[in-house]
Design a protein around this ligand. Sequence first.
Ligand code: A2P
Length: 263
Amino acid sequence: MNEVVDKALRGMALLKVSNIRHWTDRTFSFAAERPAGFRFRSGEFAMIGLMVEGKPLLRAYSIASPAWADHLEFYSIKVDDGPLTSRLQKIAEGDEIVMRPKPVGTLVHDALLPAKRLFLFSTGTGIAPFASVIREPETYERFDEVILTQTCRDAGELDYGHALVREIREDELLSEVVGDKLRFLATTTREPSEVMGRMTDWIRDGRLAEATGAPLSPETDRVMICGSMAMLQEHKALCEEAGMIEGSNSEPGHFVIEKAFVD
Ligand code: A2P
């Protein structure tokens, strides 16, 4: 390795990629080696990317695998002219990604006060951190009900979430931990499907309260939100209207938000 690249990589880990899966023409997932000693909390993100012209090109990616897993998993959008994803979508088995091994994030249990129900609201690839959280046993120790929602334009984009929930139900150990506490509410907005509509609209018009038994309340519920900036702002306003207070790692509260990866 030449000196310039060597310098650019200081503090970074190079991780071999495997299990690449293209879910739709807009989304794909892959696994990467977990460096020895790399610890993170389920729901956190790390900076990952590729070496481009001798320099690391990094973006924040939620780690979709749970903290106990021996590999790291990522779920990504493909943006044709996106500086990173236009390249990352072409990775092949055995190629290497770069990671800065300093995980951070607010979609973690430490940022939420105890309660009865946990709502995980996502759109598109915003489901990634929740793929980690719903496979984390602590989630089911802390909450009686876990309601994951994902809203996408098309039904095909919901396949990743459906496969994930199926995997949990078929896993001998996890299914025992999860029991009947996990629910997945998957909706589309553009392609007709069984269940349609933005979750923000479901909250406003009472469909979510009807589907889950009660409206959002700071007394009983905690919320994690991950999606686009506009989606986060709308969900945040709805949480605040319900009387909820935003939490952080230093001051746990009723809801937490994080922007999903964009390009
Ligand atoms: P819609 O089709 O009505 O725009 P995108 O692929 O653009 O990131 O969108 C992913 C999903 O998020 C789409 O189903 C989209 O619905 C929905 N969405 C977009 N903006 C918001 C918002 N402000 N609040 C809730 N859902 C949103």
